[in-house]
Design a binder for this molecule. Sequence first.
Ligand SMILES: C[S@@+](CC[C@H](N)C(=O)[O-])C[C@H]1O[C@@H](n2cnc3c(N)ncnc32)[C@H](O)[C@@H]1O
Length: 273
Amino acid sequence: MARPEYQAPPEVFYSECEARKYSQNSRMIDIQVQMSERAVELLALSDEPHFLLDLGCGSGLSGSVLEDQGHTWVGIDISSAMLDVALERDVEGDLLLGDLGQGLPFRAGAFDGAVSISALQWLCNADKSSHHPAKRLYTFFSSLYACMNRTARAVFQFYPENSDQMELVTSQAMRAGFFGGVVVDYPNSTKAKKFFLVLMSGGAAPLPKPMGESEEKEGISYTSKREQLKKMRGKPLKKSREWILEKKERRRRQGKPTRHDTKYSGRKRSGRF
Ligand SMILES: C[S@@+](CC[C@H](N)C(=O)[O-])C[C@H]1O[C@@H](n2cnc3c(N)ncnc32)[C@H](O)[C@@H]1O
């Protein structure tokens, strides 16, 4: 089947029907969450909460990974149907409808980092006669460079169609002022192979190590049990009472309507109705 970018422009392809899959299809949800977790790992943030951007935030699955790790985020997406799903999911991030190819409307140096999951390849396509992919990528990367602070990284999981596309994307990012390159996880696996463009705004640093370079097995999970436990240390278990109370506290700090805490908050339901 043709790649999604060849089927329709993103604001059309990500229709209500496509957007629904991001709240109903557990396999799609799992993949988005796994790739987002890996992107956050590649951001190499310090332990404090940070102010992050989600570029092509869609239904907010990737944003939820950011908020679960204690960060505050702002998301931008071109599809109103995808953003409607994010609103239904009641995500904590602020959402903006906009086209990355027209540049980002944020204050200089505002963000500590940015993630983007499966969106960047869309910018390599010309959907209108006025679209020039190299120019759109440059406009996007320059505005991203401007709104990030000088220690920040941006990590993009993306699906380059070929080496020319990879070259197009990286050359426009470097032209805009970034350092960095592409990290390929599980390079020997057709199913698990994933491309992450890691951009640094404050000077050159060694690229992070790819995962699974020597793995031949397909469909390997991103984080081994040991690594997962290491990451979780000191953080409340997802959906536990403590996790729910922390999440509610963050919402209150953001001035969002939040129910009072009671002795019933986070209790396990019996499953019977
Ligand atoms: C695979 S989805 C990402 C889903 C998202 N990570 C989530 O948690 O739901 C790719 C997203 O990129 C967005 N996108 C594609 N081209 C875009 C553009 N030029 N500007 C803004 N968003 C774009 C699409 O609308 C879509 O929501």
